[in-house]
Ligand binder design. Structure first.
Ligand code: HEM
Length: 402
């Protein structure tokens, strides 16, 4: 692979900045440099930005268990009242939202849910219809959409601002170990050297975490339940692994990382249904990749779904669910090291992937130990791209308590 492919000569396309501005502002997903470069967790320069190891993982895991158990108790009650069909995508998205609202911002789901509702409305406004990304004066082509997105953007900013203010006032000088607490702590330290974040930057980062922190994980779990419903043998394999690794007692967070087969299943689901279906880059200088010259300014759109289903990369069984392909190979036997990109690549790779893996394993363990499930006859398969790759008509399963 050419070194230029991974290097700093690739940035985020400037054209998306305007297109996605109401959704992410200039938060980390969209940003190029300055403060945001420092905020990249693992990729951050050593003496700056957030130290993600400070996040209280045990407290976060407990929140994950608490919120998931509440959801599963509700499922049991529904089943007991004769309703075996559940739209698991809707349920899991709400639970993942609850987890990120509590764990990242220390707020109740009720307060967080207002932000989620508006973010969801914005997602539909911005991404459901045809878009004119980069077309000059495109905002004038669909003025209604532009006004609606701006209005929602302002409402979300106001909600987040009130959350930030409440958070600042509530910590009594003792920083809270949630994501917003860490962000504010970094801000205080940076403030001493005059690099304090503007309110705009704080709000944009919060927006990014609110959205990026729950929807993708919820979708990974939802698509997993569909594939496991279609492959009950894999439900049994995972139940057996859970018994062996974590035992029959209460879930032990320190052990979930040892659920290797569950890790293969997660990778296989992220391959077949990547919640982030594409990745974008823009060349910041002329770049040579083997014999190809990519001129400065060129926008690249990497179609992750197409690449993950390409028989030239994966073989003739590319469309089949075969978690075992990840057994001895981190890349699932893909014939190119850049062929498996569920979390992006290079310096801008997803910073939430470890958190996702933990949440995925905790939630799936809890579900599998309480229920078996099959696909409901009312389910209609219609994957749709609405920024993320989601089930177009919900994801209805039939559940049975074990
Ligand atoms: C299954 C779950 C997830 C998937 C599939 C996913 C996927 C991605 C992808 C494809 C990117 C773009 C990478 C690139 O351009 O190379 C990204 C970036 C990012 N993700 Fe995730 N993500 C997930 C979970 C999370 C979580 C849980 C968080 C937050 C807690 C998060 C926060 C971010 C942020 C802040 C960025 C921007 C990083 C940067 O540009 O430096 N993600 N993610």
């Amino acid at each position: 692979m050419a070194s230029g492919v991974m290097g700093k000569s690739w940035g985020k396309p400037r054209v998306f900045k305007h297109d996605r501005e109401p959704m992410f502002g200039n938060g980390l997903v969209m940003a190029e440099d300055s403060f945001n470069g420092e905020f990249c967790g693992k990729n951050a320069p050593k003496n700056s930005g957030i130290d993600y190891s400070l996040i209280n993982i045990i407290a976060m895991s407990s929140l994950m268990v608490e919120s998931t158990t509440k959801m599963l108790d509700k499922w049991t009650a529904l089943i007991n009242s004769g309703n075996h069909e559940i739209d698991v995508e809707r349920e899991i998205t709400a639970t993942a939202g609850e987890i990120i609202a509590k764990a990242s911002f220390g707020i109740s789901y009720e307060n967080g849910s207002k932000v989620f509702e508006k973010l969801r409305a914005m997602q539909i406004t911005l991404f459901k219809s045809n878009r004119y990304v980069g077309v000059p004066f495109s905002k004038l082509i669909s003025p209604k959409k532009t006004i609606e997105a701006k209005k929602l953007g302002n409402e979300i900013d106001a909600l987040l601002l009130s959350i930030i203010k409440a958070h600042k006032n509530s910590n009594d000088g003792c920083p809270q170990k949630d994501l917003l607490g860490l962000l504010l702590q970094v801000d205080r330290v940076n403030g001493m050297s005059g690099k304090m974040l503007t309110t705009r930057q704080l709000v944009d980062e919060c927006k990014t975490f609110f959205f990026g922190g729950h929807e993708t994980t919820a979708l990974a779990l939802s698509w997993t339940l569909l594939l496991l419903a279609m492959h009950p043998d894999w439900q049994n394999i995972l139940r057996e692994e859970i018994r062996q690794v974590t035992g029959d007692k209460e879930i032990d967070f320190t052990k979930v990382a040892g659920l290797k087969k569950m890790g293969w299943v997660m990778n296989e689901v992220l391959r077949l249904y990547p919640p982030s279906p594409n990745v974008q880059r823009q060349a910041r200088e002329d770049i040579r990749v083997n014999d190809l010259l990519i001129p400065n300014g060129t926008n690249m759109w990497i179609d992750v779904v197409a690449m993950h289903h390409d028989p030239k990369l994966w073989g003739e069984d590319a469309n089949e669910f075969k978690p075992e392909r990840f057994k001895d190979d981190l890349y699932g036997g893909c014939r190119h090291k850049m062929g498996f990109l569920p979390f992006g690549f290079g310096g801008r790779m997803c910073i939430g992937r470890n958190l996702t893996a933990m949440e995925y394993k905790i939630v799936l363990t809890l579900i599998l130990t309480r229920f078996s499930f099959s696909v409901s006859p009312t389910y209609s398969h219609s994957p749709a791209i609405l920024l993320s790759l989601r089930p177009g008509n919900g994801l209805q399963l039939i559940l049975q308590p074990i």
